[in-house]
Design a protein around this ligand. Structure first.
Ligand code: IPE
Ligand code: IPE
Ligand code: MG
Length: 249
């Protein structure tokens, strides 16, 4: 196991994305309600932000609520909204004190007005911070993100009367995604043993390294992060090319 302090010598990802999964199963295993699992999950996130900010990682994107999670029982969705509200209220000042920048991606128009306001306030307060950027994906869907980017480009084309070439669209697309200005994730972690992307950062994960762990999200700790970071450091990223060391001549 490589301690985070030693991880300075490792190749560190610039951007880590996490699908924080397994709150419900954690609760079930401990005989608690799903809500209790989500509370533990939120605490795990709080701890993780501190840990990750010590590693030199610049961006951390976490999947907090997917565009499909509305299909859960109403009571569970309500509890998740309560939790979101609670943390936005209680954590924003703490994040700011730690020089952390908070950004939210996702369709926020579906949230209650007070939550929209809290998100806006948190983003505004922390906008100038130079430490790690924490990006919360809330009511986020990768397909929605791509669709809204396409729509914006289409609107531009109508306005200017000019249809860009596919190459030009490829070139401009990142700037229209909700993650504009943020480099693509280098490492995508999913907890709880599931091995799927569940409509997370579809476009942005084109070349992400995937790390799956059986650990349920509320139990995700320093040793799990270390494990993910050392696995990442051992990966050979090729981006479709042939590495110079293995090419002939
Ligand atoms: C992840 O945990 C949190 C959210 C999706 C909000 P789950 O609630 O999906 O936990 P499991 O998958 O049921 O164990
Ligand atoms: C993905 O987890 C969304 C979040 C972690 C917020 P889900 O638990 O909703 O995903 P599925 O339903 O197992 O694919
Ligand atoms: Mg789940």
């Amino acid at each position: 196991m490589i301690g985070i302090s030693e991880s300075q010598n490792l190749r560190i990802p610039e951007h880590i994305a996490i699908i924080m999964d397994g709150n419900g199963r954690w609760a079930q295993r401990h005989g608690f309600s799903r809500t209790a699992g989500h509370k533990k999950g939120a605490e795990a996130l709080q701890r993780l932000v501190r840990l990750v900010s010590e590693t030199g990682v610049r961006y951390l994107t976490v999947f907090g609520f997917s565009s499909e999670n509305w299909s859960r029982p109403e009571a569970e969705v309500k509890e998740l909204m309560k939790l979101l509200r609670y943390y936005l209220r209680s954590e924003t000042a703490e994040l700011h004190k730690s020089n952390i920048r908070l950004r939210v991606i996702g369709d926020r128009s579906a949230f209650d007005a007070d939550i929209v306001q809290l998100i806006h306030n948190a983003e505004k307060l922390t906008a100038g911070n130079k430490g790690i950027t924490v990006i919360m994906a809330l009511n986020y869907g990768g397909k929605f993100d791509i669709a809204q980017a396409a729509r914006r480009l289409a609107a531009q084309a109508v306005e200017t009367g000019f249809v860009p070439s596919t190459q030009e669209v490829l070139h401009q697309f990142d700037a229209h995604l909700m993650t504009s200005g943020v480099p693509d994730p280098d490492l995508l972690i999913r907890t709880s043993g599931e091995q799927r992307i569940s409509n997370f950062l579809l476009w942005q994960c084109a070349y992400a390294e995937f790390f799956f762990t059986e650990t349920l999200w509320p139990d995700f700790d320093r040793s799990d992060l270390d494990e993910a970071l050392s696995a990442y450091a051992r990966r050979e990223r090729r981006f479709g090319a042939v590495l110079r060391s293995s090419s002939e001549g």
